[in-house]
Ligand binder design. Structure first.
Ligand code: GDP
Ligand code: IMO
Ligand code: MG
Length: 426
């Protein structure tokens, strides 16, 4: 079985939790996009793991692969490898020789670029993601393999510095000695991580040929995609299922199943249009502890947005849905779901590319009653779907009817055990 799991909203849908839950069925878990802008939380019997770079399937699979589409900050990588090897000593880690390296200079550039954007400020995670992808496409980027050669590192850092001098001239990196220190640091970190480096496009295709089960784990969410998200309030990589091919060297034609994860409501970190946002009421944010895993920033929250979900389900070609945080949403007395987008009096099924159109956009909503606190945990764990409150089932079945997709996995708590499978699933 070859599957890919993707976020269908603005990130933080609970992909980490669902990936961990299903990864027991897979031998290899592969990440193929983004970097430590991602923050994925996995909770097992109260023990919390936060992954930014390492795939969230790492606790139950044999091998994890960090593909060429990723941008990797070596210091963060080293600390996550430590965390992981303490928790699951047998795991095999492989990192693509072509993955790009994020340096401290890229992180500084990220902040500097944000300060220049003014009104179109994105609210990035300040993890250096954008500037690293800029260098990748400018063909000046540092790749994993370059960590093995100090001269190449020197050459590349100088090239990046010269290209971005206008932004860096007042920073510590205007001092050549500081740049040299960074090069030494990168080289030294390389010494401890190069042993994980591999030609992972070969590894993953060989794994397929050997009949292994492979799960591709997407970071971020469909509405943060550089092409199909609400540009420019997006991340710098493609965050849709098709990106697994360019981000790992494995053909999408071999994928059996696309699993789309969405929250029972919507959340977003950072700036930009958020059509179903709940303004001036932090109840849902507080109930759901909606604070960023990476930055700790309060997340903006809103109602489930069906036009958005249908759009990302289409772009990702989703076969099966997983819903999370149903326990949280049910605590509200009244729940709303956005069902239609109306622009200039007409229903639309796309996302406006003209930002001003979002000011004119009208949403239609349907209301549901909350299902209260979940108090029959053991009953639900033992008996699954049939033990769910009726009002929750109406909500779930309404979404299935609207999207024409099955919701096969239902998550009712942060812990791995609070997950039920509606239909036979593997
Ligand atoms: P990801 O980026 O998509 O992996 O999601 P994050 O881990 O950044 O954010 C999701 C948050 O919700 C994490 O704190 C999870 O532990 C938590 N979570 C996931 N699923 C559920 C759920 O069904 N119920 C509750 N209460 N929390 C959940
Ligand atoms: P996971 O994988 C939520 C958002 C940032 C910002 C925009 C661009 O945990 O779902 P970037 O640092 O990528 O240049 O920021 O994208 N963003 C995320 N929001 N979850 C994420 O990842 C995100 N990764 C990036 O908040 O609005
Ligand atoms: Mg997250």
């Amino acid at each position: 079985m070859i599957s890919v799991i993707m976020g269908l909203q603005f990130g933080d849908e609970g992909k980490g939790k669902i990936t961990d839950f299903i990864s027991k069925n897979y031998d290899d878990v592969v990440r193929f996009n983004g970097g430590s802008n991602a923050g994925h939380t996995v909770v097992i019997n109260g023990n919390k793991f936060k992954f930014h770079l390492i795939p969230s399937g790492a606790l139950q699979s044999d091998t994890v692969i960090l593909g060429n589409g990723m941008v990797i900050e070596p210091e963060e990588l080293i600390s996550e490898i430590k965390l992981l090897t303490n928790a699951n000593k047998k795991i095999i880690i492989k990192i693509s020789s072509g993955a790009h390296i994020v340096t401290k200079m890229h992180k500084l550039l990220d902040k500097k670029e944000e300060s220049i954007r003014s009104k179109l400020n994105i609210g990035t995670t300040s993890q250096g993601i954008g500037p690293t992808y800029e260098d990748k496409y400018a063909r000046t980027g540092i790749r994993m393999i370059d960590l093995s050669n100090k001269n190449i590192l020197k050459n590349k850092i100088e090239t990046i510095y010269n290209m971005k001098m206008e932004l860096l001239k007042d920073s510590v990196y205007s001092d050549e000695q500081e740049r040299n220190r960074m090069i030494d640091e990168l080289y030294n970190m390389g010494q401890s991580i190069l042993k994980y480096m591999d030609y992972t496009e070969i590894t993953v295709n060989e794994a397929y040929n050997n009949g292994r089960n492979i799960l591709f784990e997407g970071a971020q969410g469909g509405m943060l995609d550089i092409d199909f998200g609400i540009y420019p309030f997006v991340t710098s990589s493609n965050t849709i299922s098709g990106a697994l091919s360019t981000g790992s060297g494995f053909s999408y034609r071999k994928v059996d199943k696309v699993i789309g994860v969405f929250k029972a409501y919507t959340s977003k970190v950072g700036a930009g249009p958020f059509p179903s946002e709940i303004i001036n009421d932090s109840t849902l944010r507080d109930l759901g502890s909606e604070y960023g895993t990476t930055t700790g920033r309060p997340r903006r929250v809103g109602w489930l947005d069906l036009p958005l979900l249908k759009y990302t389900a289409m772009i990702n070609d989703v076969d099966s849905l997983a819903i999370t945080k149903v326990d949280i949403l049910g605590k509200l007395d009244t729940i709303r779901v956005a069902t239609k987008y109306i622009l200039d009096g007409k229903e639309i099924n796309y996302f406006p590319k003209r930002l001003e159109d979002f000011d004119k956009l009208k949403l239609e909503y349907k209301e549901f009653k909350g299902w209260g606190n979940i108090e029959n945990d053991a009953d639900i764990i033992n008996n699954g779907y049939s033990a769910l409150p009726e009002k929750m089932k109406w909500y779930i079945e309404f979404i299935e009817n609207e999207t024409h997709k099955n919701i096969d996995i239902i998550s009712l708590g942060e812990d791995r055990k609070m997950t039920i499978v509606k239909q036979i699933f593997n």
